[in-house]
Design a protein around this ligand. Sequence first.
Ligand code: MN
Length: 311
Amino acid sequence: MGLTEYRKKRDFKKTKEPSGAKSKKAKTSRLFVIQKHAASHLHYDFRLEYDGVLKSWAVPKGPSLDPSVKRLAVEVEDHPYDYASFEGEIPQEEYGGGEVIVWDHGDWTPASGKTISEMLDHGHLEFTLDGEKLRGSWALVRTKRQTSSRATSKHQWLLFKRSDEFARPGGPEMTDERPESVLSGKLLAIDARHAPKRAASRKSTSKSTSKRKRVGKRLSKRVKKKDPLPAAIAPQLARLVNEAPVGSDWLHEIKFDGYRIIARIEAGKVRLFTRNGHDWTDKYKPIADALKKLKVKSAILGKEGLKSSEI
Ligand code: MN
C-alpha cells in the first residue's frame, strides 16, 4: 500500500534515494471523493488522495453528521487517482457491478502534528473535509481486522464526525438530504424512484460549479491531453421522438429555438461559429465575453444561442 514497503526497506539517512516525503509536505490539501455505489449492497466509497493513489474505505451506511454516530468503514484496496471522477454503470457481471455517482468531493487536510503515513500506521486519522456536502473535522479509527472465511481479511475502521459547527447532532443526515451526484446532479435509480425532482433542482449552485471546476481542473492537470483541438466538431443535435425519455440518466430543459453555436476557446481567444462555419462571435458578443472568463486554455463548447428578443 502506497510507499510504505518502499520506505521500510530503506534508511534514508544512508541512501540518497528519495523518501517521497518532499512532495507530500509541499502540498497543503488533497482530493477526497465519496462515490455512492449501488452494487449488490448499496454503500459509499470514501476515498482520500495520498501518495498518488486514493486510499479507500467502503462505508455501508455512508457518513453521518451526528458525532455520536460511528459508521463502519471497511478498508479496501487503493484506487487510482483518476477514479475520483468516475461516474457511471459498472456492468452487472463485473466486480462491483452497478451504478456509481460522485456523491461528494473536495479537499481533505490531515490534522497537523503527525504525518499521514504515521496516522495510517496507527490506524487513527484526524482530518478536515472541505467538500460540497461534508465539511469540518472528521476521524477514521481502525478497530480490528475482520476475520472471514476468505483468505483476504480486511481492516475495519469507524468513520465519524467530530463536533464542530458543521456537525448535526440528531440529524438530519446529509445522505438523506442530498442524495444526488455533485458532478451531474444525477440520482441513483433507487433514489430516483423516491425523489425524481430533487436532482435537477440541486444540479447547479454557483458554489458547486466553482468547486467542480477546481476539481476538474486539478484532474485535467494530472491527466494531460496535449492533442490540439480538432478543426471542426459536429454538434450534438436534437432528435424528434414521440415521448421524452425518463429515468435518472436524463435531465430535461426547455428547448428555445435559436441558432446552434459552437464556441472554440484557444489560447484565451473565444470564437463562435454556426453549424455552417460562419463566424458569429460579434452577433453573440455577450456569450463570447462570458466564455472568456472561463478558466480554461482550450475547449470546444456547443449550445443553442439566441437573443432575448428572439424568444
Ligand atoms: Mn464500491
